[in-house]
Design a protein around this ligand. Structure first.
Ligand SMILES: [Zn+2]
Ligand SMILES: [Zn+2]
Length: 396
């Protein structure tokens, strides 16, 4: 495909052909096996069923939960999501989601590891075969590094796909293993990788973003909703990526069902100003930038609370106080921005102030569990944040 590469690859960005043998071997095997194992209706069902089940592990688990925290869930179900995602053979959950956060920070800039600006096939899959990017960027995901079971799964990510192949073999012999673990996995690779390559090349753009992301109905069907990639780049931390009813998003529908069952909760959806973005051209005025560090700290606090890894209370208390004070500062900054902003930006600033106040209250509550002097200071910060938020809302 003739896509011009804007950025040159660094000399150390070479593909390791030795490490690529399993990946290439799966492709060769998938084609060769078709001549050995007859295709039947039930084998098609197996391929499609395992494709969509594991696509859900990647989209809802690896992507929307671990990389973007678009919803909340329990410790056991977060493990289930990571486990299903791992059976897709796309390396460890923390590796995948950590590098994905990096992609959003630097989308289509020279630092973006898999921008199609560095070549279409590089963005699609060659970058994964480059040893330079083998390491899990743990600094990008400090909140999940508190869970030993996730660290284990991240390191031994190869165990779930091998286990799946073994189970398929035991149930239906070689033909089941071939269609379920080889053919379905190869299709799933490319179903996932088109999000890094094609959705930055083909489709329509609703939102003016600084990257090349696009929306595609067809890719959304193949990827359970990930084809609404321009929506996603514009507003990342939602559980849904189809923002309107006609934007089909299978991952979100399933998450919605799971939320009715109480398995997941707090599904984040885009605020009103994002939905109205097109009509009212919000794009020409920036929205209030909410600091990502605060979100990270809050996640680290809840991980410390639920992981109960024997961390001393001091760590939790200090972190909670810091988060409460940062949130109070953010709320105050947002309130000032709301007062001086033009109408368009006001709402986003008021929303940010309210969100900061909610986080401050949550942090103060976490600090209170440590029963230390931090808790009183955190509570003070939370009260200040609430006042700023009320002021910001009053300007709208
Ligand atoms: Zn993303
Ligand atoms: Zn992207």
């Amino acid at each position: 495909m003739a896509i011009s590469s804007k950025y040159e690859r660094a000399p150390d960005e070479r593909i390791s052909w030795l490490a690529s043998i399993p990946y290439v071997g799966l492709h060769v095997g998938a084609i060769a096996g078709l001549f050995v194992f007859p295709l039947s209706g039930s084998m098609v069902a197996l391929v499609v069923g395992l494709y969509y089940l594991r696509m859900f592990g990647i989209t809802a688990g690896y992507h929307r939960y671990f990389a973007h925290r678009g919803f909340k869930t329990s410790r056991w179900f977060q493990f289930v999501l990571a486990l299903i995602g791992s059976t897709a053979s796309q390396k460890g959950v923390l590796w995948w989601s950590g590098l994905h956060r990096h992609h959003h920070k630097h989308s289509d800039q020279p630092e973006d590891i898999h921008s199609p600006q560095r070549g279409f096939w590089w963005a699609h899959h060659l970058w994964i075969l480059c040893p330079k990017y083998d390491e899990t960027p743990k600094s990008q995901l400090k909140e999940f590094a508190a869970y030993p079971e996730l660290l284990w799964l991240n390191k031994y990510w190869i165990v779930p796909p091998l286990g799946l192949a073994a189970v398929l073999f035991l149930i239906g012999g070689l033909s089941w293993a071939f269609y379920g673990a080889v053919v379905s996995t190869v299709l799933l690779y490319h179903g996932t990788f088109v999000i890094n390559s094609l959705t930055h090349v083909f489709g329509r753009r609703r939102y003016e973003t600084t990257d090349t992301s696009k929306n595609s109905f067809l890719l959304a069907l193949l990827t359970m909703g990930e084809g609404w990639h321009n929506n996603h780049h514009y507003y990342q931390s939602t559980a849904n990526q189809g923002f309107f009813w006609w934007e089909i998003d299978l991952s979100y529908y399933l998450l919605k069902v799971l939320s009715w069952l109480g398995v997941v909760w707090d599904l984040r959806t885009p605020p009103q100003w994002v939905l109205e973005g097109k009509k009212r051209a919000y794009g020409d005025e920036p929205s209030f930038a909410f600091p990502a560090e605060l979100i990270d700290d809050m996640a680290a606090i809840s991980a410390l609370k639920s992981a109960a890894t024997g961390e001393p209370a001091t760590r939790l208390g200090e972190l909670a106080l810091k988060a409460a004070e940062t949130a109070a500062e953010v709320a105050e900054r947002a309130a000032k921005a709301a007062e001086s902003a033009k109408t368009k930006m006001r709402e986003s600033a008021a929303e940010a102030a309210e969100r900061a106040a909610a986080l401050a209250a949550e942090a103060a509550e976490a600090a209170a569990t440590t029963r230390t002097t931090w808790s009183e200071r955190a509570a003070q910060a939370a009260r200040a944040a609430a006042q700023s938020a009320a002021r910001a809302r009053a300007t709208c």
